[in-house]
Design a protein around this ligand. Structure first.
Ligand SMILES: [Zn+2]
Length: 248
């Protein structure tokens, strides 16, 4: 349950039009116990709401246009969990919607994660587009500070994996932990030039905001962290405003 204080404080925040990017991890067949889980019934309700109150984008839509006055939603999943295919896909299909999965190649085939064969199958079916979530779930904020070569290698390895295995993917990346060199403009620029070098056109942080106008920096697209332990009222507030509390 959202705290009553949050409900009151959320009134201070305006409703926003623009591009909201929803971030999911696990979809579960039982009520969520963990913030990273979203119960399948709640996910179904989220998708109905998103369809009623916005235009849900297919991940093939170019993201570099102006979102002023528009009301769009993009659905994304992080880490490449098996339940994205077994539980989330049927619900997306029921609603006629598509989503992105940000994959960590090092996790592929591990227990609870999608296998290479399943990713090939996903590539053929088209409900999900694949994109990169780093090769090894590396914290790019820390690594850019201490070992920038590790980041360069990680990006190259991630893209190599897709290439070697013939997996189609978007030239997009979601920062693991939402971490990018927030406090250092030079490191941010160095990371952006690595992205450009490797053909990555868009990168997603967390931030819990709606992208309201033009995507000023395509490497800092905001996403909204959807937690299955929060109720539907909280989801609706986050959907309309990006976040529940003015200072968080
Ligand atoms: Zn992750």
């Amino acid at each position: 349950m959202a705290k009553i204080a949050d409900r009151v404080l959320s009134k201070l925040l305006p409703n926003r039009r623009g591009l909201r990017v929803l971030m999911y991890h696990h979809i579960t067949d039982a009520p969520a116990k963990d913030g990273l889980d979203v119960w399948i019934q709640d996910f179904d309700q989220h998708l109905s709401w998103a369809k009623q109150h916005s235009q849900v984008l297919a991940p093939t839509t170019p993201l570099d246009h102006d979102y002023s006055g528009k009301n769009h939603t993009l659905i994304t999943f992080d880490d490449g969990y098996l339940d994205n295919l077994t539980l989330a896909e049927p619900v997306l299909k029921k609603h006629g919607l598509k989503a992105v999965i940000f994959i960590v190649p090092q996790f592929i085939g591990q227990n609870g994660y999608l296998s290479l064969e399943q990713l090939r199958h996903i590539n053929q079916r088209g409900t999900f587009a694949l994109a990169l979530h780093s090769f090894a779930h590396l914290n790019y904020a820390q690594s850019m500070q201490h070992n920038p070569d590790d980041v360069a290698q990680d990006i190259a390895q991630g893209l190599d994996y897709f290439r070697t295995h013939g997996l189609r993917h978007l030239p997009w990346l979601a920062y693991p932990y939402g971490a990018f060199p927030k406090k250092s403009k030079p490191l941010q620029l160095a990371l952006e030039s690595l992205f450009k070098h490797h053909g990555i056109t868009h990168a997603f942080r967390i931030g819990n905001r709606i992208n309201t106008r033009q995507l000023k920096n395509p490497y800092l697209i905001e996403r909204i962290d959807i937690k299955g332990t929060e109720d539907f009222e909280t989801f609706k507030i986050k959907f309309a405003k990006g976040r529940c509390r003015p200072w968080v």
